[in-house]
Design a binder for this molecule. Structure first.
Ligand code: ADP
Length: 295
C-alpha cells in the first residue's frame, strides 16, 4: 500500500489507520493485486486500477460500512462493478476477486447495486418498482406487494399516497428512496452504492444518510459506498478507503467513528471536522503528487 506522509497531526482527530485484515476470519470480499486494463493489447489500452488489494471480514451480525473516496476517474466504480460482476469492468485483467471465498463469475442476488441516477423503471409504479426483484423470483403477487408496501414505508414514503405514482412524479430524493427500497427488499449481503446521493440537495442528503444508517443496521450487510463528499464518507463509514489518482490503487485505509448520532449533529462536532480536514489534506496531497509527476 502506498504511504503518504501528512503534515497534520494524526492524533488530533478520530482517524486510525488500518491495514487490510489478516485472513483469519472468513472474508466477505477479498481483492488481491487486482488490475483492470480496458482495451488491453490495443493502442487504446488504458489501465484504470492497478494492484488493488483489500479485504473485508465477515463479522457475524455486523456488516462493515466502507466509504470509498478518490478523484474522478481513479477507478472507484470499476472496483464496485468488479464486485458486482458487471461488464465491461468485469472481469479483471489480473489478480483475484473473491466474494464469500468464491471467484466472482456473474452478478447475483447476494449483491445489490444502487446508482446515482436511481435506475427506476419509468413505466412501473413505485409499488411495482419496489416489488420487481420479488416478481423475478416468482414470489406470489399478494406477498410481494405486501413486502413492497413495507419497504416503501421503511424508506420514508407513504405506501398509500406514493405507491401508485410513477418515477416522473417523484422528486430526486423520493426516487432514490424507491431505488434503495427496490435493492434492499432483496436483502443483499453486499450493498454497492455508487454516489447514490450525489444529485441531492444538502438537507435531503443528510436525511438520506440517516435513513441509510438505520436500514444498514437492520440488514447487517456489508456496504461499499462511493462518494465525492468527504464528510459523507467519514460520517457513514466504519472504514474509509482513499484511492490514488488514475491508475487507482488504495493509498490509505482509515477506521472512523461509527455514525451513532444524527448526521446534522455529528457533522458539526470538532473531532468530526478534524477527521474531514485530515482526509481532505491527504486527497489534496495525492492530487498534487500526481500533478507534479505529469507536469
Ligand atoms: P471513478 O468511479 O473513480 O470516477 P471509473 O471506475 O468510472 O472511475 O473509471 C476509471 C477510469 O477508467 C476512467 O478514466 C474511465 O474513463 C475509464 N473507463 C471506465 N470504463 C471504461 C471503458 N469501458 N473503456 C475504457 N475506459 C473506461
Amino acid at each position: 500500500m502506498a504511504k503518504i506522509e501528512l503534515t497534520t497531526s494524526e492524533q488530533a482527530c478520530e482517524l486510525k489507520e488500518v491495514e487490510t485484515p489478516s485472513k483469519a476470519a472468513p472474508l466477505v470480499v477479498d481483492f488481491k493485486n487486482v488490475s483492470k486494463t480496458f482495451d488491453a493489447g490495443t493502442s487504446r489500452a488504458f489501465t484504470a486500477i492497478k494492484d488493488v488489494t483489500f479485504s473485508v471480514e465477515d463479522i457475524p451480525k455486523i456488516g462493515e460500512f466502507i466509504g470509498v473516496l478518490g478523484p474522478s476517474g481513479c477507478g472507484k466504480s470499476t472496483v464496485l462493478r468488479l464486485i458486482a460482476g458487471l461488464a465491461p469492468q468485469f472481469p479483471a485483467t489480473s489478480g483475484s476477486v473473491l466474494v464469500h471465498g468464491e471467484p466472482v463469475t456473474e452478478p447475483g442476488p447476494d449483491r445489490g447495486f444502487v446508482f446515482q441516477d436511481y435506475a427506476n423503471f419509468p413505466h412501473r409504479t413505485v409499488l411495482d418498482n419496489v416489488a420487481f426483484g420479488l416478481e423475478c423470483r416468482q414470489v406470489p403477487e399478494k406477498e410481494r406487494l405486501e413486502r413492497a408496501r413495507e419497504w416503501i414505508a421503511k424508506v420514508g414514503l407513504d405506501p398509500k399516497n406514493d405507491g401508485n405514482k410513477y418515477p416522473h412524479q417523484l422528486s430526486g430524493g423520493m426516487n432514490q428512496r424507491v431505488a434503495i427500497a427496490r435493492t434492499l427488499i432483496m436483502h443483499p449481503r453486499i450493498i454497492l452504492m455508487d454516489e447514490p446521493f450525489g444529485a441531492l440537495d444538502p438537507t435531503t442528503r443528510q436525511r438520506m444518510q440517516d435513513l441509510l444508517v438505520s436500514l444498514w443496521r437492520e440488514l447487517e450487510a456489508t456496504v461499499f459506498f462511493i462518494t465525492h463528499d468527504i464528510p459523507e464518507a467519514v460520517y457513514l463509514g466504519d472504514r474509509v478507503f482513499i484511492f490514488t489518482p488514475s491508475p487507482g490503487t488504495i493509498a490509505r485505509q482509515f477506521a472512523v467513528a461509527p455514525p451513532d448520532r444524527p448526521a446534522r449533529e455529528m457533522q458539526m462536532e470538532p473531532a468530526f471536522l478534524d477527521s474531514v480536514r485530515h482526509v481532505r489534506s491527504l486527497l489534496d496531497k495525492l492530487e498534487d503528487e500526481k500533478h507534479n509527476q505529469t507536469s
